[in-house]
Design a protein. Structure first.
Length: 206
């Protein structure tokens, strides 16, 4: 089973919660290559708490909650894409990107450049809020132009069936389901909510 990459159309849209749910249902390990911002719980810590899964250490842990290239510069370092090769692990691996696809890792490289080199199947996570048609369509165009294999789009948020259908039809992409906002988020509540996601389509692409 190959790794699966979870990327988002933007930051703060529920990508980490989705990645946690996918990690749990696949019985996978989890890896966040670049973490920007350490003051609050990191994405790796959140996934660990929600799944109990094995979490691989980040390649870069950056203090400032900002674009990775700015966070790295703030610490006097530069992110080396060569350190972001997919780690070999037995069994499935869920890899979570940082922010959106066009987040700069340094002054020459976007995260999309690294993702494209991985050549692993991708799930694009999109919110259902206003603006998602534009953001999701642009993200899919960028992924496809980079030669990436996109399994489908998973939505997060309140139901917007017309919007979701528009995206699926106009971009010819598989609709993987919608993860609702979950109050009192826990392993149990996330597991229940994740039943709305087409996990068979994801498994079949790995």
């Amino acid at each position: 089973m190959s790794p699966v990459i979870v990327v988002g159309t933007d930051t703060g849209i529920g990508k980490t919660v989705f990645a946690a749910g996918l990690t749990a249902v696949l019985g996978a390990r989890y890896w966040k290559p670049v973490q920007s911002g350490l003051e609050e719980a990191t994405d790796s810590e959140t996934v660990k708490a929600l799944t109990g899964a094995e979490v691989l250490p980040e390649a870069y842990r950056l203090n400032m909650p900002a674009s990775p290239h700015l966070s790295a510069e703030d610490m006097g370092i530069e992110i080396d894409p060569a350190r972001l090769t997919l780690p070999p692990v037995p069994g499935p691996l869920v890899v979570e990107g940082a922010g959106g696809l066009m987040v700069p890792l340094n002054r020459q490289v976007f995260f999309l450049d690294v993702i494209a080199q991985w050549q692993a199947p991708i799930v694009l996570v999109a919110r259902t809020a206003l603006g998602t048609i534009n953001h999701t369509t642009l993200s899919l165009m960028a992924l496809r132009n980079a030669g990436c294999k996109v399994i489908g789009v998973a939505f997060v948020g309140d139901p917007e069936p017309d919007v979701e259908q528009t995206i699926a039809e106009m971009t010819n992409i598989r609709h993987l389901g919608r993860l609702p906002f979950v109050e009192n988020l826990s392993r149990e509540t996330l597991s229940d909510a994740f039943s709305a996601i087409d996990i068979d389509a994801i498994r079949g692409a790995l």
